[in-house]
Design a protein around this ligand. Sequence first.
Ligand SMILES: *Cc1c(COP(=O)(O)O)cnc(C)c1O
Length: 353
Amino acid sequence: MSQYWSKLVHGLTPYVPGEQPKLQKLIKLNTNENPYPPSPKVLEAIADVTSADLRLYPDPGSDRLRDVIAAYYDVTPQQVFVGNSSDEVLAHTFQALLKHDQPLLFPDITYSFYPVYCGLYGIDYQTVALDAQFQINVDDYQQANGAIIFPNPNAPTGCVLALEQIEQLLQQHPASVVVVDEAYVDFGAKTAISLVHRYPNLLVVQTLSKSRSLAGLRVGLAVGHADLIEGLNRVKNSFNSYPLDRLASAGAIAAFEDQTYFEHTCKAVIDTRNTLTHGLQALGFEVLPSSANFVFTRHPAYDAATLAQGLREQQIIVRHFRLPRIEQFLRISVGTDAECAALLDGLAQLLGT
Ligand SMILES: *Cc1c(COP(=O)(O)O)cnc(C)c1O
């Protein structure tokens, strides 16, 4: 606390990211990073632009990257926005598109950054409970709202909402912006980007942090009607004209151009997720159906916090949220096959089986 803080800062409750331990040789399954390195072509592209040109500002509009993303998703560059991480894209979205007289709606169990942005930007919000199976039920959103946001697949459950349901939501709320945060979409869900042509109120947000192994590069994007993108650009150009540096743009372009590597690593993660799910079930865990690069799981007989602590003592870290309805769950990122085998061994020890 400081007398020099603004009133806004006194009232903030910041997001707490998963731990990034300084110690090496931990098995790190707590922040949904990809266990595989980025494409070698990404590293080459970054090396190629690591030159004296770094004295120059980058392109403020990131035009080449936006062209590549537009071609990839079959939209126009005017329908594409990019930013320094999807967290930044989301922050601009909250400020530009989600602050209205009626409350913003999002699930009670979801990405815990959403209420933080509401606090930062003074946005009134209302949570909508997931059903007993931890699924989003679109009919529960039939109430007064200024906008709606949810991740698909949802975090931290990993559960997916079908495109037909998303379309129904868009039809039910033509006056509200509906944001679909697709941080995990490449691990087994369908992107809603194909719907942006028919629904001017849809904004789809994605990140290169998970499925493209680039959490350290900080690149996120949004696709939607050109009017929504213009709203985002108004905020971006009132905040930071150059959110993407030269290295990030070059790396992101190369990532979208190496489709073979992308498909290969996504498939490896999905295969390991299935093995991990079966291994957990064999130990008596209940595992929610996941379309993401993590699983959300609980054991009927063992306390989640105790298990997380026991794993930590074995140098394995997973995420445990002390939040209502989910305090008995662990969120476990899908690592390599070897990391997941070590996790299952560790849990088997803790369960004494
Ligand atoms: C990881 C994550 C993000 C943030 O991704 P960055 O681009 O690394 O900021 C956004 N939304 C959800 C739901 C996530 O899980």
